[in-house]
Design a protein around this ligand. Structure first.
Ligand code: ZN
Length: 164
């Protein structure tokens, strides 16, 4: 188990589309365990493999109140989405930034566990938001890619100011 470095915006790595996992092997288990350690160390409630520079469709998350129930999902996919809700969101790859994002209220997500067994998660609230955010990462999408042109310009100004 190792804490990895988190890739930050504007690295082009974050725009890569992750490829599906085909082998549910020891290497995958090690990747997930590193990702969980990295997520907790950040600290954050979700992390996608691309955020540690690995373009594989793997996400980890822990939306529990206690922060002691790490979960992972391999090749996650949203198969149903309902409703709309606005809420503030941040991203470990854009440290210090938070903005309101519109997301689906409820989602039904499928994927696989570490053994390759199919899993289905029906989520609302924070877990729903977290899953949508991490699944976006597997598609090379960041929160800012969901912004309007004006909001994105405002973000770029914020980022430039921060990096002077
Ligand atoms: Zn993120």
């Amino acid at each position: 188990m190792a804490i990895r470095e988190i890739v930050e915006y504007p690295s082009p790595i974050l725009a890569q589309v992750s490829s599906p996992i085909e082998n549910f092997d020891k290497e995958l288990k090690e990747l997930v365990s590193d990702m969980i350690a990295t997520m907790y160390a950040a600290p954050g409630i979700g992390l996608a493999a691309i955020q540690i520079g690995i373009p594989k469709s793997v996400i980890v998350f822990d939306c529990s109140d206690e922060g002691n129930s790490p979960q992972s999902l391999i090749n996650p996919r949203i198969i149903k989405a309902e409703g709309e809700v606005n809420s503030e969101e941040g991203c470990l790859s854009i440290p210090g930034y938070r903005e309101t994002i519109k997301r689906s209220e409820r989602v039904l997500v499928t994927g696989f566990d570490l053994e390759g067994k199919p899993v289905e998660i029906s989520a609302d609230g924070l877990l729903s938001r977290c899953l949508q955010h991490e699944i976006d990462h597997t598609k090379g999408k960041l929160i800012i890619d969901r912004f309007s042109r004006i909001k994105k310009d405002m973000f770029i100004k914020w980022f430039q100011k921060k990096n002077i």
